[in-house]
Design a protein around this ligand. Structure first.
Ligand SMILES: *Cc1c(COP(=O)(O)O)cnc(C)c1O
Length: 376
């Protein structure tokens, strides 16, 4: 194992106590903690006019969101190719087809002009994803969706705790999803959430996440279950368990510290690394965001050598991501021009950045990168 990891979960006394309380409660499945986690998520986001449902993973949140958006066989869903595999697989799981769109060179979020060119009568929805610390142009997304009457799934897995033009992520999109997997900004070990506009959509999600069982949350959230109910729709075992929600609740309380620490690390990286001509840093001051990761772009000729150099001095790095259209399963999917995606996929590099990391370690990583380029 390397000495400085890319991700490092923040599991402290509060998470352990919270998990222990959930384990001792005598109700391991979905129950009171899940209801409380949803309420506190909603309060944190300030989504007064929205409905929040916790689910088992970000992937499950995406799958159910696409079903809510009415995506099914023969429908197309536009997504950036520069996105998490969970998004592509969730589209396939509905019977729909991913259509790969390019990203914007500056933001690394979907290129909305190119996306508009990909819209056909088969387009049911568009997935827009905030890549880390620079958000999509969500006002333009909403206009595009209105113009063509398509649904928007906002994958905000990287943007928990961030703001867009002063508004909290999660409070303004058509359908928004979060992931609380082991490496995300806050974790439930595994978990996800969907935020929708109507009670009707919330009810559908409640049924779909519980293999179609029409069990009212008013019963479930008292750590009880109804033994008689109807099954009216397709469902999956996608609900969240009390244990996971309890850990998420402990994490939520730390959001101030999580945001401050991550912003400081990213700002320090930007200051130190922008001095190296071979390194391209994100063009932002991280003001309204809680960064999920820290990435740089370097020439494709340097990237692997740099990774090896860092690894040899105990520094781990990551690649987020290999574009979707590079994978065998998605090779035949329809796509537009993907020039920026292809280039970015070869240049992108994630550096160590997490709430447990010290500014000293950040300086050490920056110095090792500086060393590499001064020798090459
Ligand atoms: C992590 C992630 C997902 C998937 O979430 P899981 O909880 O791991 O299933 C989806 N989209 C993005 C952008 C992610 O970063």
């Amino acid at each position: 194992m390397t000495e400085i990891p890319v991700f490092n979960p923040l599991i402290e006394a509060e998470e352990l106590e919270s998990a222990q309380a959930a384990l001792k409660m005598g109700w391991l499945g979905m129950g009171a903690y899940v209801g409380q986690f949803e309420d506190e998520l909603k309060a944190f986001i300030g989504a007064d006019d929205r409905y929040v449902a916790a689910v088992s993973t970000g992937h499950a949140a995406l799958h159910l969101s696409l079903l809510i958006a009415g995506v099914g066989p023969d429908d197309e869903v536009i997504t950036p190719s520069f996105n998490n595999i969970a998004d592509f697989q969730a589209i396939l799981a509905t019977g729909g087809e991913p259509v790969f769109c390019d990203i914007d060179e500056q933001t690394l979020c979907i290129d909305l002009s190119k996306a508009e060119e990909l819209i056909t009568p088969r387009t049911k929805a568009i997935i827009v994803m905030d890549y880390d610390c620079i958000l999509c142009d969500h006002d333009r997304v909403a206009n595009l969706a209105k113009k063509y009457n398509i649904r928007v799934i906002h994958d905000a897995a990287h943007a928990f705790g961030s703001k867009y033009k002063g508004r909290n992520v999660g409070s303004f999109s058509d359908i928004c999803i979060f992931s609380f997997d082991p490496v995300k900004t806050i974790t439930c070990i595994d978990g996800g959430a969907i935020i929708v506009r109507t009670e009707e959509e919330l009810k559908a999600i409640h049924e779909m996440r519980l293999i179609g069982m029409g069990q009212p949350t008013s019963v479930m959230y008292q750590n009880r279950r109804a033994w008689t109910y109807d099954v009216k729709r397709l469902g999956f075992r996608y609900h969240m368990a009390n244990l996971h929600a309890a850990i998420g609740l402990a994490q939520l309380k730390k959001m101030d510290r999580i945001s401050t620490t991550r912003r400081a690390l990213c700002n320090q990286y930007n200051d130190l690394l922008s001095k190296i001509p071979e390194v391209r840093v994100p063009q932002t001051s991280f003001e309204e965001v809680t960064p999920f990761l820290y990435y740089i772009r370097v020439s494709e000729n340097d990237r692997d050598d740099l990774r090896n150099h860092l690894s040899s001095v105990g520094i781990d790095t990551g690649i987020h991501w290999q574009p979707g259209h590079w994978f065998s399963l998605f090779k035949s999917c329809r796509h537009g021009d993907l020039t920026v995606t292809d280039k970015t996929g070869k240049e992108i590099l994630s550096l160590p950045m997490n709430t447990s990391m010290s500014l000293e370690d950040g300086k050490h990583v920056a110095a090792a990168i500086s060393d590499f380029f001064s020798k090459n």
